[in-house]
Design a protein around this ligand. Sequence first.
Ligand SMILES: Cc1cc2nc3c(=O)[nH]c(=O)nc-3n(C[C@H](O)[C@H](O)[C@H](O)COP(=O)(O)O)c2cc1C
Length: 362
Amino acid sequence: MIHSSADARRLAKRRLPWMVFDYIDGAAGADEAGAARNRAAFDALTLRPRILRDVSERDLSAEVFGKRTKAPFGISPMGMCNLSGPGADRMLARLAAREEVPLGVSTVASTPLEDLIEEAQGNAWFQLYFTGDGSETFKLVERAKAAGYETLVLTVDVPEVGRRPRELRHGFTMPFRIGPRQFLDFALHPRWSISSLLAGKPDMANFQMDGFAFDRTASRAKADWSTLARLREAWPGNLVVKGVLDAEDAGRLKAEGVDAIQVSSHGARQLESAPAPIRVLPDIRQAVGADFPLFYDTGLRSGEDVVKAYSQGATFTFLGRVLQFAIAAGGEDGLDRLWSILKSETSITLAQIGATALPPEV
Ligand SMILES: Cc1cc2nc3c(=O)[nH]c(=O)nc-3n(C[C@H](O)[C@H](O)[C@H](O)COP(=O)(O)O)c2cc1C
């Protein structure tokens, strides 16, 4: 039974092949010190419990680009989600539709971007990786526009894919290369293997069309400020830049006309020595001013974490790995269960600190 995100992770660890679990759970560096730093930073922050304030009516909604959500968090873009369970992308899309929260549709999603915005009933944002010389990238932008996407998220913290030794040790590649070690791994996790086999192996669906090619590990290093300017020209809708950890960069992004910034260390998957994003959030808030939309992801594991992110300056938050663990642990029911647990944890936390809405008034 899932009672917390830690329960979902524990069950996922049991059910997923090691290769898949460590691809999702892994972080940058041999010691994954960045992931530990994030956790320690959240734990070191405390919330101030205030009393006798009538907190009987509490509102968990947030406003994102002029729309009200039903939850204080959305779904961060994650590549190849169907590895956590067949149909995972679509489960997440249905959840986004129900909760009226943004679903981040990764460049390397397992399901075509056109299908996901439909399943999410419009509650989907397209996440873009700049790759190679950019020609594929700008084709994808046009495709997203044609599919009806109104918000584009440019991820900037992957100039090169970070080395994640836990993932590399199992020989994780897409498409799978199945040697004796992987064969044993799949054989020891039959529930996952049989259902994934029946569903057809997960792939990078946005590239199975004529004229599209993508190498997950290809360099994305050529992007610079002129790329952003070009994208700003090409994209009339909302433009979000994800993976920002520096106040100076944030100030420049605002000046360049982006509509929102997402503070994130990519779930500690890129630079092991990156600062904990929750620590730099207040400085970034200061750099962009009180009213600028500032989103946060990385390391959110509980409702208390979510409330902390809002109290440090976020106007909206995004969940990552925990959602994939919930799917691996219990399919769509597991996902819905963890989502409602996190909402209820957030609501209870607000009550304990004498607040009725986000961001909490302190
Ligand atoms: C398995 C996996 C795949 C991911 N793929 C992408 C991606 O394709 N694009 C992207 O912008 N971020 C990607 N991310 C990063 C997430 O959007 C998010 O920043 C991160 O997971 C948040 O940290 P958390 O998992 O600790 O909550 C991925 C993360 C994971 C765990």
